[in-house]
Design a binder for this molecule. Structure first.
Ligand code: NG6
Ligand code: CA
Length: 525
């Protein structure tokens, strides 16, 4: 028992290996003197909460330099915790980032992990080792609330009207309350565990992404029925006055109300915490904010002065505040590690005319970074990243390179679990960095843009591999970073990737090109 305690301390890098025996005997002696001492020495495995925003930019919150918008709850977490300046999601869109976060495998290694339609089958196979299954094995209660977007059901997709299999509960989550794909994709219903919430069996759901089903009007045929119009795509079945991607019919009593999504899912997240307050728990809370369609609750409408996009940021900040308040009120503050971050970078017009472009003013969603969602530039994948664990993590700022791909191995270490060969291939334990005990970050990491373009960051350098594709995605007005020649940037003195120094540094280009090639070929370079 005491050896296990010391072993855990060791794993957490809290003590040096040389002191193992010494500390182990000290705890032994102390626990004879005071039997409660041994217990007091146990480094409690903290509750872990990942608050995963959707499309939140590096520059979208005030603790990362936004001045036109105030995000007091996120800022408080940043002040009480560690604010990372060089932390990354793995991909510039949702599905691959979430896939990597849960599996510890880079999504670009696996076909079919791009942005999924709402009727896709599960891309993480039942029984696979995931962040959730590892923590469940460690004795955690595990829950996911919010956006899923990893497919559901076996080949052919889920049975919306029956038991939904091949879902979160089959890869390690005890509980789930989810949006199946995205807010702009049908079906617009929540799922709780294996059932669509509030479904009337006499009004079954049909979903189709190829052709129209049922008699519901579409945005293309009936734009006069819309309260928010698409700027691109998003012109199929109308739900709650907003036309979506995909067609659906039925399920009338189960349809969500966009204005209430944040309230509903934040409420479910809070309930999960309250229910599991007495054991270690893991909550993956993936908000719909600030993804399109941006339809925040009336409480936030008009509050940012930047239209629905800004108002949705305020709503996201509110959700963060509710989670932290719940933790603090339950006296779980020192027992809970909370991360606030995003699945990919920002986008202004993502397919609906919601005035985000017109009302942007001088707000810079990606802060000093170039590009945004979809892009190979850092705006696509360098994200706001705050970790708060009061009493355990010194407040401050960390410039260490960190990747969400490492959550799995890092939290496995934190919870005392070991992984076997072949599990979480790309994930490594960087608990030291996460807890702020080391400024020496990851040696390198790979970024993945929407067209499959990879970049590699090593030290100060970033290489974007050459390849075809447009320079700008005209629909979203995003600089994608495609170029027929390799691009090299020195991120230390050129964080905005303005100055391509590849021609002057052929040696570094070669070194990074070779390293990237090796990483692509080898899962554990
Ligand atoms: C795009 C959608 C965009 C968004 C994105 C996925 C159009 C024109 N654009 O195809 O609105 O849904 O997919 O975003 O349909 S993500 O954050 O879930 O990856
Ligand atoms: Ca996203």
């Amino acid at each position: 028992m005491k050896d296990q305690i010391v072993y855990n301390l060791l794993k957490m890098n809290i003590i040096h290996p040389n002191y193992f025996n010494l500390i182990s005997s000290a705890i032994g002696i102390l626990s004879v003197i005071n039997p409660r001492m041994a217990k007091a020495q146990v480094p409690e495995r903290p509750n872990i909460i990942i608050i995963y925003a959707d499309d939140l930019g590096y520059g979208d919150v005030s603790s990362y330099g936004a001045h036109r918008i105030n995000t007091p709850n996120i800022d408080r977490a940043a002040n009480q915790g560690l604010r990372f300046t060089n932390a990354h999601c793995t991909s510039a869109t949702s599905t691959p980032s979430r896939y990597s976060l849960l599996t510890g495998e880079y999504a670009w290694r696996k076909k079919g992990t791009g942005v999924l339609p709402g009727d896709a089958s599960a891309i993480i196979q039942p029984g696979r080792t995931t962040l959730a299954s590892v923590l469940k094995n460690a004795g955690y209660a595990t829950g996911v609330v919010g956006k899923w977007h990893l497919g559901l059901g076996p080949q052919g997709g889920p049975d919306w009207n029956g038991e939904i299999t091949s879902g979160p509960m089959d890869i390690g989550f005890d509980y789930n309350f989810i949006i199946p794909a995205t807010g702009d994709r049908v079906p617009c219903v929540f799922i709780e565990n294996r059932k669509v919430v509030g479904l009337d069996p006499n009004d079954p759901i049909t979903v189709n992404y190829k052709e129209k089903v049922g008699n519901e009007p579409t945005g293309r045929e009936h734009p006069e029925l819309l309260k928010m119009h698409p700027s691109q795509g998003h012109d199929m079945t109308i739900v709650n006055g907003i036309s979506r991607i995909g067609y659906m019919s039925g399920g009338k009593t189960a349809l969500w109300v966009d204005e209430n999504i944040a309230d509903v899912i934040t409420g479910k997240a809070v309930k999960f915490i309250e229910k599991n307050k007495d054991k270690p728990f893991f909550l993956y809370f993936a908000t719909h904010d600030i993804h399109v369609p941006r339809v925040p609750n009336q409480r936030f409408v008009g509050k940012s002065g930047m239209g629905p996009r800004g108002d949705a940021i305020l709503e996201f900040d509110w959700s963060v505040g509710e989670i932290i308040k719940t933790i603090d009120n339950l006296n779980l503050t020192s027992k809970t590690l909370i991360i606030v971050t995003s699945d990919n970078g920002p986008v202004v017009d993502d397919g609906y005319k919601d005035h985000a472009v017109e009302l942007l003013g001088d707000h810079k969603p990606a802060g000093p970074l170039r590009g945004g969602k979809y892009s190979a530039y850092d705006g696509g994948t360098r994200v706001a990243f705050i970790v708060r664990w009061l009493g355990k993590i010194e407040p401050g700022t960390s410039d260490a390179l960190f990747s969400q791909i490492d959550f799995l191995s890092t939290f496995a270490a934190l919870s005392g679990q070991s992984l076997s060969e072949g599990e979480a291939q790309d994930s490594h334990n960087y608990l030291n960095i996460l807890l702020g005990k080391s400024e020496k970050g990851r040696e390198w990491l790979v970024e993945h843009a929407t067209n499959g373009r990879l970049s590699i960051i090593k030290g100060d350098w970033k290489l974007i591999e050459p390849g075809p594709g447009p320079k700008i995605d005209t629909a979203t007005n995003t600089e994608l970073g495609n170029d027929p020649l390799p691009q090299l940037y020195n991120l230390r003195n050129d964080i905005g990737e303005k100055n391509n120094v590849a021609p002057q540094n052929p040696g570094i280009v070669k070194e990074l090109t070779d390293l990237l090639k090796k990483i692509k070929e080898d899962k554990r370079p």
